[in-house]
Unconditional design. Structure first.
Length: 246
């Protein structure tokens, strides 16, 4: 079976995508192409570049958020600087999409026009930075005449590139809108509000997928970067259940 894999955004919850990849690759499943938004674009870029799930976990555990998430002074358009984030991607990722081992599309939002944008060529680190530039935390990114930010605002499950492909369209949503009783921090509240607003758009995308996986991430906040192994484990468990159902 060849799978075209679409990965949603989800901030720290996106680490669960690594576990899904680990299960698929361990079962000998071939990944034909990947698309992703925000956190999904990040994991997708690393996978497309040839990093194994274990290598991705190692990088995630070794990187201090305080070295990547640095305050912006003065905070004109964002609370954090986007430069350290892009530098991080340039350290680990190829310079361009054309150098990837697996075809990749990343979703971003054009702030000037309000349109969703799918990028699959050119400057890879900058495109991934744009796709994950969640306001008000990170600034928008200028790329080929566009001013781009987080892809989740317009297309959190960018499955469109695969609609004419001869592959099984597997979509992974790490931010399904289940009932939630507790909110641990302001980011949690903001992200929850965003997902409520975008629920209708995402449900339309579900219909375009052959299967949607929703790892059980209840209890894990969007900024819980210390729970790397637990989040990866949750993604792995979800994908194993899917594989057993085939």
């Amino acid at each position: 079976m060849e799978i075209c894999l679409t990965l949603s955004g989800g901030v720290a919850r996106g680490l669960a995508h690594i576990g899904v990849l680990k299960a698929l690759l361990s079962a000998g499943i071939k990944i034909k192409a990947i698309s992703g938004s925000s956190a999904g674009a990040i994991v997708g870029a690393f996978a497309s570049a040839g990093y194994t799930p274990d290598q991705m976990v190692e990088i995630a555990l070794s990187v201090s958020p305080f070295k990547v998430f640095k305050p912006s002074f003065p905070p004109k358009v964002s609370l954090l600087s986007g430069k350290p984030v892009e530098e991080f991607f340039r350290k680990y990722l190829p310079k361009s999409f054309e150098e990837l081992k697996i075809p990749l599309w990343v979703s971003a939002t054009d702030l000037k026009t309000g349109e969703g944008v799918l990028i699959n060529r050119g400057d890879l680190p900058k495109a991934v930075t744009a796709s994950s530039a969640l306001p008000p935390f990170f600034p928008p990114v200028e790329l080929e005449g566009r001013l781009l930010n987080d892809g989740g605002f317009t297309n959190d499950l960018p499955v469109e590139p695969f609609l004419r492909e001869n592959c099984f369209r597997l979509c992974v949503d790490v931010t399904p809108l289940g009932e939630k009783e507790k909110f641990s921090n302001p980011v949690d509240v903001a992200m929850r509000s965003l997902f409520i607003a975008l629920r209708g758009i995402k449900l339309q995308k579900y219909a375009l997928c052959d299967r949607v996986l929703t790892p059980d991430l209840r209890g894990y906040s969007f900024v819980n970067y210390r729970a790397v192994n637990k989040l990866v484990e949750k993604g792995f468990e979800c994908a194993v259940k899917f594989l057993k159902s085939l």
